[in-house]
Each structure stands twice: as C-alpha cells, then as structure tokens.
Ligand binder design. Structure first.
Ligand code: FEO
Length: 151
C-alpha cells in the first residue's frame, strides 16, 4: 500500500461519477479514512480511534441512505444487490468497533479493507447506478434537495 504520512488514499478524477453531491460524499469518506490512517501512524489512543470510527460509521450510514433513496427514485434495477453490499460494509465496521472496545488494536488490514472496498465499490457498483441515471437523461439538479436531507 503506497501512502504518505497523512494520506492513505487520494481522490482521483477517475473516481468521479458525475453526480456532484455523491462525489463530494465519497471525498468525505476518503478524508475520514485518511484521518484513521493518520491516527494509526500517530499512535492515537483507543478513544481517538473510536471517535473517528464512529464518525466514519455515521457518515457512511448517511451516505448510504442518500444513495439508496437516489437509486429508488431512479428505479435502479440493481438496488437490492447494492443495498446488501452497503449492509455488509456497515456490519464489518460494527464488528471492528466491537473488537477495539474489547481491546484489539485497529489493524492495517482493516485500513486496507476500508480503502480497497471503497474504491472498488465506487468504481463498480456506484458507477453502475450513475450510468443508469445518465442514460435516463433525468436532470441532475432535481436531486440536490434530496441529498441535502441526509446531512
Ligand atoms: Fe457510494 Fe454505494 O456507496
């Protein structure tokens, strides 16, 4: 995993889906993963790690809720599979929080999982609904208010 002291994963234009609100939310998730990375590098204590993990979990839940509403509105056929992937990710985050509370150190493997999952998910599953939306020719602007409801 190539990383600097402060950045594990940097945003690249290729990650963009052409949906401003969703892209901004994904950038915020990258920022949170980088904060976790910086906390690991800086040997943060359990309380600090838990605070960042809780923030990541909260932001992730809001992002997934916004995205799932968007998929429903555009009548996306892959909704059920996508929602299942979201649920699995949230479950993994919850397990990690429990392990840390039980005394386990936050692992580099977990960081690698978060980074790889997010990039793969954006590039494959999120891109799939964005393409369905783009083909539908619905104006992007009609969704701005919808996204604002979640944050
Ligand atoms: Fe952007 Fe499906 O998570």
């Amino acid at each position: 995993m190539s990383a600097s002291k402060d950045t594990l994963v940097a945003w690249q234009d290729d990650f963009g889906l052409g949906l401003t609100e969703i892209d901004d939310q994904h950038k915020s998730l990258f920022d949170l993963i980088n904060r976790l990375w910086a906390a690991v590098v800086g040997r943060a204590d359990t309380a600090e790690m838990m605070a960042i993990l809780a923030e990541l979990e909260h932001y992730t839940l809001s992002h997934f809720a916004a995205e799932e509403t968007f998929m429903r509105v555009i009548d996306y056929p892959g909704f059920a599979e996508h929602k299942k992937a979201h649920e699995a990710f949230v479950g993994r985050l919850g397990e990690e929080k429990k392990s840390i509370l039980a005394g386990k150190h936050f692992s580099l493997e977990m960081l690698r999982f978060l980074k790889d999952w997010l990039i793969n998910h954006i590039m494959v599953m999120d891109r799939a609904y964005a393409e369905v939306h783009a083909a539908s020719k619905q104006p992007k602007s009609m969704f701005s208010r919808l996204f604002q409801r979640f944050f």
